[in-house]
Design a protein around this ligand. Structure first.
Ligand SMILES: NC(=O)c1ccc[n+]([C@@H]2O[C@H](COP(=O)([O-])OP(=O)(O)OC[C@H]3O[C@@H](n4cnc5c(N)ncnc54)[C@H](OP(=O)(O)O)[C@@H]3O)[C@@H](O)[C@H]2O)c1
Length: 288
């Protein structure tokens, strides 16, 4: 087995590298855009052939939801065209693909956790291009596995946890949206789920939902970050989305139903607050 992890400098890519180096040393090659630009079809074909890759884990994506509204072409190149490239190269080289997608393929009008079979209706450029990536992959490499996740954070890269920690230190109070609901997800937990699939003796193609357990608003998430990082008395004010206007529309409700991945692969999922405590502990110990 030879794995290729693309986008390896991102949040998920870094967690996967840490995990694979520990659990399956020597089994993977890690690339980011300098080593392998996935918008370059020929480069992917050549790479797969040269390194005899059996599995591609695509962690690369255009993930800036706000900027995507202005940079439509760049966003589409990475979230759609590059996924198409990977699908074609995987198909011609006999490699399996695990691709990561998002809760933002849904419009957020559901009143129960979204299942994989629920109707998609993205409401942002980011969500639209991620959905186009899913569709291309299913059409061109139907044996692929797609994992939709949400609200990712880790000690690495840009994310809500790091933004809140910065704000707690630099300003006396913060206002946080309380009417958008989802599930904060530690990228390390997703990396573990991916490893479980790779090491499983079965390969069941299709779409899976993975987030940590539980439900929270961004406000709940911010309060927990404060409580768990020694800022329990810090002033956090809940506000409705209208008071925090953004360029890209976000789903109000984007909780994902994780039953399928649990039933198929026996993935055990921790509660988001437990994982947040673990991530903050690591960030403190390793002085992030
Ligand atoms: N972050 C979230 O909250 C969230 C929520 C739901 C789903 N997801 C999905 O989860 C996956 C992982 O997200 P993440 O937060 O780990 O992403 P991330 O931190 O933004 O990492 C993406 C990586 O891809 C790299 N990249 C950019 N252009 C590339 C190219 N042409 N070729 C190869 N690599 C390239 C980026 O490099 P640069 O940084 O230098 O551009 C970055 O290192 C993505 O599919 C994302 O859509 C994320």
């Amino acid at each position: 087995m030879k794995l290729l992890v693309t986008g390896s400098h991102g949040q998920l890519g870094r967690e996967l590298q840490l995990l694979l180096d520990k659990e399956m040393p020597g089994s993977a090659i890690y690339t980011d855009k300098d080593e392998l630009d996935i918008t370059d079809q020929k480069a992917i074909e050549d790479f797969l052939t040269k390194h005899d890759i059996s599995h591609i884990i695509n962690c690369a994506a255009y993930t800036d939801v706000e900027r995507a509204e202005d940079e439509k072409l760049e966003c589409s190149a990475l979230n759609f065209t590059a996924v198409k490239n990977i699908a074609m190269a995987a198909d011609s080289n006999g490699a399996k693909v695990i691709h990561i997608s998002t809760d933002y393929v849904f419009d957020g009008t559901s009143n129960r956790p979204y299942r994989e079979s629920d109707k998609v209706n993205p409401i942002s450029q980011y969500g639209t291009t991620k959905r186009k990536g899913e569709t291309a992959l299913i059409a061109l490499a139907p044996e692929s596995i797609i994992i939709r996740t949400a609200w990712l954070y880790s000690p690495y890269g840009r994310n809500f946890v790091k933004t809140m920690l910065r704000l707690f230190k630099s300003q006396p109070e913060v206002k946080v949206v309380c009417d958008q609901v989802g599930t904060p997800t530690y990228a390390r937990d997703l990396a573990k789920a991916i490893l479980k699939i790779v090491n499983s003796n079965q390969w069941v193609p299709g779409i899976y939902h993975f987030t940590d357990e539980g439900v929270a608003s961004w406000y709940d998430f911010a309060k927990s970050i404060a409580k768990l990082s020694g800022y329990g008395d810090y002033k956090i004010t809940p506000i409705p989305s209208e008071e925090y206007p953004q360029g890209a529309a976000r789903p109000y409700y984007s909780v994902l139903d994780r039953s399928r991945i649990k039933a198929t692969y026996g993935v055990e999922i921790p509660h988001w607050e437990e994982s947040l405590a673990e991530c903050l502990r690591i960030m403190k110990e390793e002085k992030f």
